[in-house]
Design a protein around this ligand. Sequence first.
Ligand code: EPZ
Length: 411
Amino acid sequence: MQGPTPLQGTVRMAGAKNSALKLMAAALMVPGEVILERAPRITDVELMADVLRRLGATVERDGDTLTIDSSGDLQEETPYELVRKMRASIQVLGPLLARLGRARVSMPGGDAIGSRPIDLHLGGLERMGVKFTSQHGYIEGVVQRLKGTRVLLEFPSVGATENLLMAAVLAEGTTVIENAAREPEIQDLATFFQACGARVSGAGTPTIEIEGVEELSPTRHRIIPDRIEAGTFAIGAVASRGDVTLEDMEPIHIELPLQKLEEAGAEVRRSADSVRVRMSSRPRAIDLVTLPYPGFPTDLQPMMMVTLAQAAGSSILTENVFEARFLFVDELNRMGSHIRVEGHHAVIRGVERLSSAPVQVPDIRAGAALVLSGVCAEGVTEVYDGGHIERGYEDFVGKLGSLGADVEVRD
Ligand code: EPZ
């Protein structure tokens, strides 16, 4: 891409990747046709569809709508070759144990942002009666019937909260998850289950209560908009000193990122389902820390790094969720930024303008950030391994192009 270009115009948000993947896993628990609307057209959703098909479900796509039918006999195993491509396939663990009383899933490895253990998932499911063994890189779990219980999570893990919530929906008795994650995607999952006849309360708060039911019935569900995509474009407007309106989104879902952009000098106008973000001068330096929701999302940290790399003054960015999420900083320093990493702090001394350079993408979010840095930099930037971005963003290059960016994909 050729820069610098201020992003200008209006862009519509797709459905949330981090909700769609869990709703697809949850559909394994519902006999009959589940219909998911606003399913983003991203490779991770296609990968999850492959996982479900491999388990015995049918998955049809018609535009933005997915129809999933799991009424046939299901398999219990998710093979390594699928799990290694996408960690989120671990989210079928709860649904398989709830539906079949057994599951065999490949142990997910770490990735570019951290070691990513699943001890909280397994610990909580063991408290619900599951016996786990692990062999040859696979975890096997068996249980007569899941039993409701109280689980206090050591950390409000999104994935562990979701796996336990899904397991508890068909368990015997009541489950209480304490120190639960509060992300909007958790609330979306609970709303879906309530529509299927489940008894879930407290989603979005630190304490979720689930009274198990015997069976669920199919439903049609509209997936919430993608707040990380919205945050990416909002931050892109500020980093490129542009003027962007985000449509078909929930402003409240990115309230803290919007406040931090205002602190950096942006003008933000919120309305019921859209936000306008405008930046006419160089950003001010600010400090921020990433935290579980409603704190500043770790998934927007790399884009904020690009903004602060061009700010007037020095900023400190602290990453509290994933220990290795600064890996892409070297790529940004190749573009002329001054960022020094000390443990989980990044000290960023802002420069007037980034300069173009060939860079390598390590993961979805760092990829989007490096493309944004190319939009802001003087000259032509080449971003390698851009395929990561398509895993999490629907038509990212097309949307940037509609905002005036000179970006193209080359094979
Ligand atoms: C989800 O990952 C998202 N992925 C991530 O988005 C997001 O960054 C993360 O939540 C935090 O918001 C999906 O929804 C598919 P966690 P998840 O369990 O569920 C530790 C993106 O780019 N932990 O809340 O894996 C873990 O190592 C992705 O869209 C344990 O120690 O996140 C991490 O440090 C990247 N033991 C922290 O908790 C466990 O059993 C948060 O992880 C589980 C987690």
